[in-house]
Every structure is written in structure tokens, then in C-alpha cells.
Design a protein around this ligand. Structure first.
Ligand code: ATP
Ligand code: MG
Length: 460
């Protein structure tokens, strides 16, 4: 059957229609020579194809590991995925990598000390270029070439084969507290960045009218209202209608925020004025949850930055979430807000979730945030502050701690001069180049948080 790129509307259709149904059979790979959703050490591959049959499926120093294939959403720019593919090829010692979003197909080859693009064509041209593609990565040519590339150094054990399991594992985390200024946005954007560096496919949703996450991920570089390209396409539009404006229609990629960049659903100040339109219709509270269901194979983790309120936007966010992280500075006013967060979850959110057939929200815990690095504080008061959370409020406490450090606000407020203006150039703390050595400590705190979150969600 000929391949029609128009049929690939999302990442899983690129996987199934282009790779599984078309390319692998055309290139001579029988089902016993390729594997889907494979974790090799800490690396997770979409497809792994071998020139020779490999059953049982074990990668050791002699495996003829030949081609890695990575499928992306049709809206993704392949340039943004090259570095990761290069990492896969070099660290697993694989000779060829195919990268495609359905619209474009690229083949990269690993040379002695570099990875080079050796072939590219559009999705439409795939049939006429098939012979060329076969010359590079067809099973017969690889066998002829006697490509017996071996896995680097010692064994990379196959830790897991996912097969179709991944389709159900997208996890959504709301970062919420109704006390303002406790670090919700700071935690949301930097946790998203840290998870993305761990190879997770991350979607960040900003549902706070202050649009601080939208700003912090580099989507507000314009200086004049007429250049505002967010007003007409943002998170409000997801909630407004059920039959159109889906996540792939609204999503953007963060701009020079983090490597790899992350997908972002932006927010806008006009969410405040528009809320009354939504309140009239109860269904808008669960629309975010329903629309996330439709992209559950496109992302591993969704992080939602929420407003400091108990309004419809907070309700929509928590209803869509599987997990909740409550950042808190552990000060008395913040603590006093915890009871109402608990009641909100118990009375509104879990009832909405039950209506959607979803289990109740899991509270990952209160995350100590903006914690003073003063040695006396840490020695005498911090543990007392922490025990209040568990003993008086009966909430779990996270193990990670996000300390108060100026680098964390400096990285969001970074600018670059352009003519006579300073243009916002925010960075994640993990990619913030600064002379301030404490930035590294802060980045390490977010890496630890990412590991804790993955472990608690049983994703590592
Ligand atoms: N760990 C930290 N160290 C230093 N400054 C921080 C830290 N966390 C947050 N801040 C600063 O505190 C202010 C509030 O933080 P942030 O915007 O993350 O809080 P928020 O809970 O999202 O606020 P809001 O409720 O208004 O949305 C910002 O100026 C931010 O740069
Ligand atoms: Mg915020």
C-alpha cells in the first residue's frame, strides 16, 4: 500500500502508519528483527531494528544493533531532535538513525567521531526514494555490509520492553497551592526542564492568567500588543469548546528556554475577563482532562502551573491531574491555606474525577520551596516547620527541598539587548549560564526533584 503522509496526524500515527506499516516491511525487517518501545539503560527508543534475527532479545557485545528509528509529531521540527538522536547513536554505538515526523524523513549515520545527515526526503517522496533508503538501512544492505556494530563497552542490559504499555502511562501533575508567591511557577518550569533533560516528553500547561510560565519559557518576547500571538490561541481556547481547539492545535515549543525545549500550552492575561464565559457551562471544568486523554501517547509527563485561587481554572487543572505537588515556604499563612487545598481536593476535584471515571488525585506531597539557606534556620527551625505539615495537616512531605536562591529568579528575568530594547531571554535553571555558583546547586535540587517525582510515579 502506498504511504500517504496526510494520514499521520500525531506521533503515534507516524509510528504506526509510516514506520510499522510501511517502512519496516519495505526495508525487509520481519517482526522478529525489530522492537518497539525499548529501554536500553537510561535511553528509551521508539524502534530498534536488527540486521539479523535476535531471539531471545538481549543486547550484548555481539548484538548486530543496526538502526534506531524515532517518530515525532508532524508539527515537531526535526532539528530539535537531532542532538538526542546523536546521543543514542554514539552511546549505543548504532550505525544508523532514522528521524521522521511523517512530513520529512532523515537518515543519520554515525562516523568515527561524528554523526552526519546522509539522506533526507519529504514524506510524499518516500516511495520514489525507497531504493535509496534501502541502500542505507535496508536489512539486506546492512547484512551485506556486515554491520556488526557492537554495543559500547560492557553490556547495556535491556531494562524493559514497553510494547504497547506506554500508551497508558502519561502522567499529569498539577503544581498547586492557593497561597500566592510560594514558587509554583518556579517549580513547574524547572521541574519540566529537568524531566525533559531526562529524556521525557514533557508538556507544560500554563492555566494562570498571570501567564508567568508562558513568559518564563520564552513565549513572550514581543514588545508591542499588535505582535501578541498568544491572545487568540491559548489555554482558554482549549476549555472553551469540546469539538475543536485540541492540544496539538494550540501547543507551542518553548523558545531558547531549555535544551531540549519543551511543549507549552500558553496562558494569557485575558483569562481573567473570559472566565465568566466558562463558568456558565459546567462542562468546561473537565475539558482539559478530556483533551489530555487524546494526547496520552504523545507525552510522558504533563505539568500544569496553576493560579493561586480556588476558581474554575484551578478546578480544571486539578481535575485533569493524576498527581498534586503543593509547593510551600512552610510559613504560617501558607500552612493555613493547606486545609482549604485539602477540602477543595476532597469536595470538588475528586467528585469531578469520579464523574470522568478517573481515580482520586494522588497528593505527592508538600514541597518545601523558597527555603532559606541560613544555617541557623536550617539547624533549628526547618525540621519543626516540616513536622507541622505531617502532624497538624496530615499531608505527605516531599523529600526534595528547593532552597531560596537569587539565581532562580535571575534565570527567569534574564534579558538580551536588541537595538534600544531589552528583550526577555529567560532560561531554565539547568541551562542558565552564570557566574553565580549557587545556580548549580539549584539545578541539582531540581534534578533530585525530578528523580523523586519519577520514582514516586513509578516511572523509573
Ligand atoms: N526558590 C526560590 N528562590 C528564590 N526566589 C524564588 C524561589 N522560588 C520563587 N522565587 C521568586 O519568588 C517569586 C514568586 O515565585 P513564583 O512566581 O514561582 O511563585 P508562584 O507561587 O507561582 O506565584 P503566584 O501564586 O503568583 O503564581 C518570583 O519572583 C520568583 O522568582
Ligand atoms: Mg505562578
Amino acid at each position: 500500500m502506498p504511504f500517504n503522509p496526510e494520514l499521520c496526524r500525531n506521533e503515534s500515527e507516524v509510528e504506526s502508519k509510516l514506520i510499522v506499516q510501511y517502512l519496516l516491511p519495505q526495508l525487509g525487517y520481519t517482526p522478529d528483527t525489530w522492537h518497539q518501545e525499548v529501554a536500553v539503560g537510561s535511553i528509551r527508543l521508539d524502534f530498534l531494528a536488527f540486521a539479523a534475527q535476535v531471539l531471545p532479545f538481549v543486547i550484548d557485545a555481539n548484538s548486530p544493533l543496526s538502526v534506531v528509528m524515532e517518530a515525532k509529531h508532524p508539527k515537531q521540527n526535526l532539528n530539535n531532535h537531532f542532538l538526542r538522536l546523536r546521543h543514542y547513536l554514539t552511546s549505543l554505538n548504532v550505525k544508523y538513525g532514522l528521524l521522521t515526523n511523517g512530513k520529512e524523513i532523515r537518515i543519520y549515520k554515525k562516523l568515527a567521531d561524528d554523526v552526519k545527515l546522509v539522506f533526507s526526503c519529504s514524506g510524499k517522496e518516500v516511495e520514489e526514494k525507497l531504493e535509496e533508503i534501502k541502500d542505507f538501512i535496508g536489512r539486506d544492505s546492512l547484512l551485506k555490509e556486515q554491520v556488526m556494530e557492537v554495543v559500547n563497552e560492557s553490556n547495556f542490559p535491556i531494562t524493559e520492553t514497553f510494547d504497547n504499555k506506554r500508551k497508558n502511562v502519561m502522567k499529569t501533575i498539577a503544581i498547586y497551592h492557593h497561597k500566592g508567591g510560594v514558587g509554583k511557577t518556579t517549580v513547574a518550569i524547572n521541574l519540566a526542564a529537568a524531566l525533559s533533560k531526562k529524556g521525557k516528553r514533557v508538556l507544560l500547561i500554563d492555566i494562570d492568567a498571570q501567564a508567568n510560565s508562558t513568559f518564563a519559557t520564552g513565549l513572550v518576547k514581543f514588545q508591542f500588543e499588535e505582535d501578541d500571538d498568544i491572545r487568540d490561541s491559548n489555554v482558554y481556547h482549549l476549555l472553551e469548546k469540546s469539538e475543536f481547539n485540541f492540544i496539538p492545535d494550540i501547543v507551542r515549543q518553548s523558545k531558547f528556554f531549555n535544551n531540549p525545549e519543551i511543549d507549552v500550552i500558553p496562558s494569557h492575561i485575558n483569562l481573567v475577563a473570559l472566565q465568566s464565559n466558562l463558568v456558565k457551562f459546567g462542562a468546561s471544568r473537565s475539558r482539559l482532562a478530556r483533551k489530555l486523554e487524546k494526547v496520552k501517547t504523545d507525552y510522558d509527563i504533563v505539568i500544569i502551573d496553576t493560579p493561586p485561587s480556588l476558581d474554575l481554572y484551578a478546578e480544571a487543572a486539578l481535575t485533569a491531574a493524576d498527581y498534586l505537588i503543593i509547593p510551600s515556604d512552610l510559613k504560617p499563612f501558607s500552612n493555613q491555606g493547606l486545609s482549604s487545598v485539602k477540602n477543595f481536593v476532597k469536595q470538588e476535584i475528586n467528585e469531578n474525577k469520579e464523574g470522568l471515571g478517573k481515580p482520586p488525585l494522588t497528593i505527592l506531597g508538600v514541597l518545601p520551596s523558597k527555603i532559606s539557606t541560613n544555617a541557623q534556620y536550617l539547624k533549628y527551625n526547618f525540621s519543626k516547620h516540616k513536622s507541622v505539615i505531617t502532624e497538624r495537616y496530615h499531608l505527605p512531605l516531599m523529600d526534595s527541598v528547593i532552597s531560596e536562591r537569587t539565581a532562580l529568579s535571575a534565570c527567569i528575568n534574564k534579558t538580551i539587548p536588541l537595538g534600544n530594547m531589552d528583550i526577555p531571554d529567560p532560561k531554565s535553571i539547568l541551562d542558565f549560564a552564570t557566574n553565580d555558583p549557587s545556580a548549580n546547586v539549584s539545578a541539582a535540587e531540581f534534578e533530585s526533584l525530578a528523580i523523586e517525582v519519577l520514582t514516586k510515579m513509578e516511572m523509573e
